[in-house]
Design a protein around this ligand. Sequence first.
Ligand SMILES: Nc1nc2c(c(=O)[nH]1)N[C@H]1C(S)=C(S)[C@@H](COP(=O)(O)OP(=O)(O)OC[C@H]3O[C@@H](n4cnc5c(=O)[nH]c(N)nc54)[C@H](O)[C@@H]3O)O[C@H]1N2
Ligand SMILES: Nc1nc2c(c(=O)[nH]1)N[C@H]1C(S)=C(S)[C@@H](COP(=O)(O)OP(=O)(O)OC[C@H]3O[C@@H](n4cnc5c(=O)[nH]c(N)nc54)[C@H](O)[C@@H]3O)O[C@H]1N2
Ligand code: SF4
Ligand SMILES: [Mo]
Length: 800
Amino acid sequence: MTLLSQLRDVPARLRNEARQVPTRDIDETEVEVESTAHAAAGVTAVAVAMRRAIGQMGVRRTAATLPRLNQVGGFDCQGCAWPDPDAGHRHPAEFCENGAKAVAEEATRQLLDREFFATHSVEDLAGRTEFWLGKQGRLTEPMVLRPGATHYTPISWDDAHATIAGHLRRLDDPDQAIFYTSGKTSNEAAFVYQLFVRAFGTNNLPDCSNMCHESSGSALVDTIGIGKGSVSLEDIHQAKLLVVVGQNPGTNHPRMLSALEIAKQNGAKIISVNPLEEAGLVRFKNPQTPKGVAVGTALADLHLPVRLNGDMALFQAIGALLLEWDAIDRDFIDEYVTGFDAYAAHVAQLDWTKVEAATGLTREQITEAARMFADSPATITCWAMGITQHHNSVATIKEIVNVALMQGNIGKPGAGLCPVRGHSNVQGDRTMGIWERVPDHFLDAIRDEFGFDPPREHGHDTVDSIRALRDGKARVFFAMGGNFVAAAPDTEATEAAMRNAALTVHVSTKLNRSHVVHGGEALILPALGRSEKDMTGGRAQRVTVEDSMSAVHASRGPLDPPSEHLRSEVDIVCSMALATLGEDSPVPWADFRSDYTEIRRRIARVVPGCASYDEKVDQPGGFVLPHPPRDNRVFETESRRAVMTATPLEVLDVPRGRLLLQTLRSHDQFNTTIYGLDDRYRGVKGGRRVVFVNPEDVRELGFVDGDVIDLVSEWRDGSERVARSFRIVSYDQPRGCAAAYYPETNPLVPLDSTAEKSNTPVSKSVVVRLDRPGTDGGDGHGSPDQGTGSQRTDEPHHLA
Ligand SMILES: Nc1nc2c(c(=O)[nH]1)N[C@H]1C(S)=C(S)[C@@H](COP(=O)(O)OP(=O)(O)OC[C@H]3O[C@@H](n4cnc5c(=O)[nH]c(N)nc54)[C@H](O)[C@@H]3O)O[C@H]1N2
Ligand SMILES: Nc1nc2c(c(=O)[nH]1)N[C@H]1C(S)=C(S)[C@@H](COP(=O)(O)OP(=O)(O)OC[C@H]3O[C@@H](n4cnc5c(=O)[nH]c(N)nc54)[C@H](O)[C@@H]3O)O[C@H]1N2
Ligand code: SF4
Ligand SMILES: [Mo]
């Protein structure tokens, strides 16, 4: 008997087999790997967009939706939070390939009815992939899973609300309930939702931001006094240097490429800082111009292939050089900044050996980048998840801020800080009070407007919510959108936590894993999507949203809803509030439900910067929320100055034989929603369980391209987590780094591995080893000095 066959006989329990998320309905052996693309968009993007749109929506619905997408008087794209050009400057097709996929995914003609749930038990559904679940179509009526039941069955809206109210009222303490929000919820729905949660008596309002740009918010509030970016789209067009750090706009914010192209035409230079050379930053083939179709525009002038987590060292080094060259704005520093002297003293001691180790870059490369900063009169730095999802993200963003402040690059045209937000209304949701730590002045305003005293104690964020459910301290989990179970870290821990709840409720458009990994009782409440007409209260309602650049505007869906049983999120919240709090609640829930204008009137009185809200959103293109640093160089920090920070430099140490893994998005998904199986720009077709590894690391670890391995993460408490069967793809990137898709890799992210201050899961620097399948991790507890992670056996490589 060979070693391997013995290992195969190890009971599944010991190999964590039972805990693996399902993979069975995607045939990963079909995956094809081609060479990477050197340009993004182009006519292929248009072809793919149209094929997906017509395939899912049909011609009529495609024609009714896409021409209205991102237009004045139309509806806001459900995809990312990238802003729209000013009214009057929009293209007739103001959307990208992935925007079209987002619309198609929601407006699909495929419907999922009660027969579906009668046919498929929850156990059956729990064995399906996220891809399969999402492709079953739109949810069409409320469903309940009664305690001990095997199948979801229909329930009326009234009974659903009564069920929720019953559970909530039976809690010993309102803090035993958790109310999650994803980032698509409109401002109106978000406002009434947080109001209900606070009237009920808790601040337990975790949201997807906790896993996303929380680090940006934390760092920016500390340093410039407001947690939002300081630039407009016009600033991007006018910048002389654009630095795109830890972001893949070609896939995740595709219309940003059009803005970068305009900036280039206006003379800007672009630096991309990324372990991967993402196609969208190399060249953009704008399908709307003849030149774009033919050759396109080269974007990045300089690509810095930084090591994962090396950005803090990079920006500290750039700061040190700018200081050395005196390429700084002394007047700005004197007038607006505090902390400069300590920072200057700190970076004067910079250890270049450490910088080179942390960044994997040469001093020459960094000097070249710093030169471009020095030569630019107006610089914007953009960043996203490559920066926010590390243990030291907040400190890294403060280094980015240091460089911007030192050069006076804030509050002037063409300059600023640009955290590029993810979900289409994630920023608006925060503005409306979806925040477990909302400031007291916001709570005071609620008290003054509605006459009840909201709780003051901070609530749970995402990671703390999982702990509270795990420990039995929380009993009810309610989600306004999203897919908490799949999006959150440490899948096994999160799934166990969710199963511990007495009640789980999901307001959703599509079926997902969070519906089938459930509490003792579970509800699925189907909501109207952004693309649909909202006739709540018998009148045509519209909603409002805020983009990544603080611009607020109205959105009105054109399509008839797929079922008469769908309700708007506003309706769902107000009805739940009435059922739970009763008719004598001081908040006029019924009025809110019949006319959203009434909600906007209250937003105007409660939310800072929203005076005359209802009138201002009526202006073509909407209005822009105030941002004191951007507007007047006013910094509402404790010192009333912008803050520079001196942080000791760190080099993330990875044990020998291990890799640093980042978990990222393919070109064919929206977070946990898998549109398709092709990551076109990275050359992957027909599958998702791939891990990109530097070719020399592949060799040194004793593998060859195409080998199928298990990913095993090692956490400092000695625990290990496994995600099985990933095909190795040799892929150019710094030594020691690797990349694989989220959410398949979420089982590897330890719950306790979070960023300092922001508590964001560290999903961009996970220490992993690659194990041959069936070797069960060798030593089981990964002693760091065991050499390479690959456990040699006499068996040949498995090509699964
Ligand atoms: N089509 C589509 N659009 C989306 C989404 C989607 O899933 N699909 N998701 C939306 C959401 S919620 C969000 S938050 C955004 C996410 O937008 P992105 O932040 O672009 O998303 P990721 O795919 O996580 O990509 C992270 C990028 O950072 C790089 N990176 C990783 N680690 C590091 C590092 O340590 N340093 C540097 N310099 N770079 C690093 C990666 O190589 C990758 O290019 O997109 C939004 N838009
Ligand atoms: N490992 C790893 N984990 C990550 C990340 C990562 O990069 N790596 N990224 C993190 C980030 S940045 C984010 S933002 C989170 C995302 O976390 P979530 O926001 O929780 O996840 P989504 O996948 O965007 O949610 C998809 C679901 O939302 C529902 N939905 C879609 N549209 C609507 C709507 O209009 N109304 C309602 N009510 N429901 C709707 C559908 O049912 C769909 O199944 O994941 C985080 N997790
Ligand atoms: S860039 Fe973002 S918001 Fe704009 S169309 Fe594409 S996905 Fe939608
Ligand atoms: Mo996000």
